[in-house]
Design a protein around this ligand. Structure first.
Ligand SMILES: NC(=O)c1ccc[n+]([C@@H]2O[C@H](COP(=O)([O-])OP(=O)(O)OC[C@H]3O[C@@H](n4cnc5c(N)ncnc54)[C@H](O)[C@@H]3O)[C@@H](O)[C@H]2O)c1
Length: 271
């Protein structure tokens, strides 16, 4: 467990989208630094290997999971009550729940003019409005307590458009298009963070965006080599690359940092 300004000893944290790919990475980082963590995810999502391993390692007294849809206020109020009851008032919120449309999922092949509005609506509803709703519910408890750090997970696509050549090798007619709402929903998160940061600065609550670049996962080799060629550091992000930036924003190490976007993309958006 880290000491000094990076220590989260005694702090209570909430992570949304806790059962996905990045959720357990954020949770482990917070747990390692001494926090107790309530993971929140959609009722249809079941705990996977990574989350189950955390439960086993840290136990019920430090890590729990609650089912809640970030689009439903009553779910979030229940989750907030449970968190307060079992762990105490949260001081850290990681707004990580989000949806995208990876190319290996069916239904990504649209001409722009034919993309159903429903797909774009859902992306905004979860990535932007859901994040706002979670922040209304949990952020309010932080404001009342007079302290807190909210970390909104953005994306490199908050700053730049996805390069469609990354997907050109995928056999699909019409060709795969990343949902245009994805980057737009993340860009909105960056500015929403600034709004909340200025509003809540007098209340001791800091709000920042952490925007990861592409994180190494199950992407195909062709995609990976095209993507990495665009990254000055020549590789995709790993879990290790993400831990330090999260801990920095969550802890007192960033006590004078609010309203900013920390881009963790190996330099992707620098050229
Ligand atoms: N993986 C990457 O390369 C990458 C890069 C940049 C940004 N991001 C962002 O990081 C975050 C996590 O990404 P990930 O790769 O872990 O994705 P993921 O799909 O593996 O996990 C997202 C989680 O959010 C949950 N979720 C979705 N809709 C929800 C809802 N309505 N209510 C509650 N939970 C809901 C899902 O159930 C899932 O567990 C997302 O916001 C994503 O946009 C990811």
């Amino acid at each position: 467990m880290s000491e000094g300004p990076y220590s989260l000893k005694g702090a209570v944290a909430v992570v949304t989208g806790a059962l996905g790919k990045l959720g357990p990475i954020w949770m482990e980082t917070l747990l390692d630094a001494g926090a107790r963590v309530m993971g929140l995810d959609h009722p249809d999502q079941k705990p996977g290997e990574a989350f189950t391993a955390l439960r086993k390692q840290y136990g019920d007294q430090c890590v729990r999971h609650v089912a809640a849809d970030v689009r439903i206020r009553a779910d979030l109020e229940r989750a907030c009550d449970l968190c307060t009851e079992v762990f105490g008032t949260p001081a850290i919120l990681v707004n990580n729940a989000g949806i995208d449309q990876p190319p290996d999922q069916p239904g990504g092949g649209y001409r722009l003019e034919d993309i159903p509005l429903e797909i774009n609506r859902e992306v905004f509803e979860v990535n932007t409005l859901g994040l706002f709703l979670v922040t209304q519910v949990f952020g309010q408890t932080m404001v009342k307590a007079g302290r807190g750090s909210i970390i909104n997970i953005g994306s490199l696509y908050a700053s730049v458009a996805p390069d469609s050549r990354f997907y050109a090798h995928i056999q699909s007619d019409p060709p795969f298009l990343k949902p245009p709402a994805y980057g737009a929903s993340k860009a909105a998160v960056v500015n929403l963070s600034r709004y909340l940061a200025t509003l809540w600065a007098p209340n001791g609550v800091r709000v920042n965006t952490l925007s990861p670049g592409g994180v190494l996962g199950g992407q195909d080799d062709n995609f990976k080599s095209k993507f990495c060629a665009r990254v000055p550091m020549g590789r995709m992000a790993t879990a290790e690359d993400l831990r330090g930036p999260l801990l920095f924003l969550a802890s007192e190490a960033s006590s004078y940092v609010t309203g900013t976007e920390l881009v963790v993309d190996g330099g992707f958006t620098a050229w």
